[in-house]
Ligand binder design. Structure first.
Ligand SMILES: *Cc1c(COP(=O)(O)O)cnc(C)c1O
Length: 387
C-alpha cells in the first residue's frame, strides 16, 4: 500500500518523547499533572446544553443540514459580529458555518493553493496553517517572530525570496496568539492588510481567542479595519469561548469571494454541521455572556498563580493580556525540549516545548491554563519546590 508522499512531510509528533516519559512515570504510579493541552476543563454553560437538548428532539434537525450553515446560525454569527465589533456582514454571503475553525483553516488551502505554491505563516503558530499547505503539496514560508517586536510576525517583502512571494497565496495570522499570548495593534493589522493587497494574497485571520482576555483588554476583529473585507476572512471558534471544544462549531466571515470558494470546497467534502449543534451555538452567541466574563476571571486568576510560580523560580515570562496560555522563556543553556523534560522529570508536570509551534518557538515553553484549580495549585507547588 502506497500512501501520498506529502503525508511523510507532515512534521513528526513532537510531543511523542514527552508522552512516552509521562506514560513511564504513570506506570510507576506517579501522578503527572498536564499543563500541556489547551482544552477548557469546565463544562459547556447549561443554557447552551439545554438549547441542544431541545434542538436534538426536532425531527427537522435530523435531516441533512444546510451545507453553508442554517441561515439562522449565520444570522446569529453576523449579529454577534455587529454587536461585539461593530462589523457589518451579510449572513447569506459573508458568513460560513464551520465544523470547528480548524476545519476551515485546513480547507482554505484547498480553495486557494496549487501544488508547489506557498503560504506565509508565522514562525510560531497553530500547526494547521502549514500542515494544510503540506496536504495540498504546497509549501510554507515562515515569517520571523521575535519577543522584541511583540511576537508580531514580520511582514517584510525584502526578506521573502521573490519566487516565494510570487507563488504565495495566503497569509495566516492569529492574534490574540496561541501560543505566545501576544496581541496585535490596529496599525499591525493595517500593515498586514496593505501587504496582502500589494501582493495579491488572501489574509486569513484566526481569532479563536477574541473573547478570552484580561486586565480590561478587549481584543479586536481584523474586520474592524478599513478595507479588511477586500482581502481578509476571519475564523471564529466557539470552542474556547463557550467551553465547546467537543461540539465542533465555528464560522468563517469576511470577504464574500473567499467565503464562496471555501464553501465550494466544503460542499464537495462535508455536508455541514448537525443543525442541532448550530441551534445550540445560536443560544451561545445570542444568549447571556456572563459565562464568558466569569471564565475570563477564572483564567486570569490561574494565569497569576502560574506567573507567581514561574517568577519565584526565576523563569522569565510576561503576563499575557489574552488567550489561555503563558509563554515562558527557558533558562539559559537548555532547549525547549530539555526544559519540558526537566519539568516533567522533577516536578511531574507537563508543559509544551515551544519548538513544537515552529522554528522561532525554540527557547520557550507554553503552559496552558485549562487545568482544574486544585491540580493547578499542586503543579505550582511542585514547580516552586523542585526547580
Ligand atoms: C483551538 C484553536 C483553533 C481551533 O479551534 P476549533 O476547536 O477547531 O474551533 C484554531 N486556532 C487556534 C490558534 C486555536 O488555538
Amino acid at each position: 500500500m502506497k500512501h501520498a508522499n506529502n503525508l511523510n512531510k507532515l512534521p513528526p509528533y513532537l510531543f511523542a518523547q514527552i508522552d512516552a516519559k509521562r506514560d513511564a512515570l504513570r506506570a510507576q504510579g506517579i501522578e503527572v499533572i498536564s499543563l500541556g493541552i489547551g482544552d477548557p476543563d469546565l463544562p459547556t454553560p447549561t443554557h447552551i446544553v439545554d438549547a441542544m437538548a431541545e434542538a436534538i428532539r426536532d425531527p427537522k434537525n435530523h435531516q441533512y443540514p444546510d451545507y453553508a450553515g442554517s441561515l439562522a446560525y449565520r444570522s446569529a454569527c453576523a449579529e454577534w459580529m455587529k454587536r461585539r465589533f461593530g462589523v457589518e456582514l451579510d449572513p447569506a454571503n459573508e458568513v460560513l458555518a464551520l465544523i470547528g475553525s480548524k476545519e476551515g483553516i485546513a480547507h482554505i488551502h484547498t480553495a486557494f493553493v496549487n501544488p508547489g505554491d506557498f503560504v506565509l505563516a508565522p514562525s510560531i503558530g497553530y500547526p494547521v496553517y502549514s500542515g494544510g499547505a503540506t496536504l495540498m503539496h504546497a509549501n510554507t514560508h515562515f515569517l520571523p517572530m521575535r519577543a522584541e517586536s511583540g511576537w508580531l510576525a514580520e511582514l517584510d517583502a525584502n526578506d521573502i525570496p521573490a519566487e516565494v512571494l510570487s507563488r504565495a497565496r495566503i497569509l495566516f495570522l492569529g492574534y490574540p496568539n496561541n501560543p505566545t499570548g501576544a496581541t496585535a495593534t490596529p496599525e499591525y493589522f493595517d500593515e498586514a492588510i496593505a501587504f496582502c493587497r500589494e501582493h495579491d494574497l488572501l489574509l486569513v485571520h484566526d481569532n479563536a481567542y477574541s473573547e478570552i482576555s484580561f486586565d480590561g483588554y478587549i481584543a479586536p476583529s481584523i474586520l474592524e479595519r478599513p478595507g479588511a473585507k477586500d482581502v481578509c476572512i476571519e475564523m471564529f471558534s466557539l470552542s474556547k469561548t463557550y467551553n465547546m471544544t467537543g461540539w465542533r462549531i465555528g464560522f468563517a466571515c469576511g470577504n464574500p469571494e473567499a467565503i464562496r470558494a471555501l464553501g465550494t470546497v466544503k460542499n464537495n467534502l462535508d455536508s455541514g454541521q448537525f443543525t442541532a449543534i448550530q441551534d445550540a451555538a445560536i443560544a451561545a452567541l445570542a444568549g447571556p455572556q456572563d459565562c464568558v466574563v466569569e471564565m475570563c476571571a477564572l483564567y486570569q486568576r490561574r494565569r497569576d498563580l502560574i506567573l507567581d510560580a514561574l517568577w519565584a523560580i526565576g523563569v522569565e515570562c510576561e503576563a499575557p493580556r489574552a488567550t489561555i496560555y503563558v509563554w515562558a522563556k527557558v533558562p539559559q543553556g537548555l532547549t525547549s525540549a530539555d526544559f519540558a523534560e526537566k519539568v516533567l522529570t522533577e516536578a511531574h508536570v507537563i508543559v509544551t516545548p515551544g519548538s513544537g509551534y515552529g522554528p522561532d518557538g525554540e527557547g520557550y515553553i507554553r503552559i496552558s491554563l485549562t487545568t482544574p484549580d486544585d491540580q493547578l495549585l499542586e503543579a505550582v507547588r511542585r514547580i516552586k519546590e523542585t526547580l
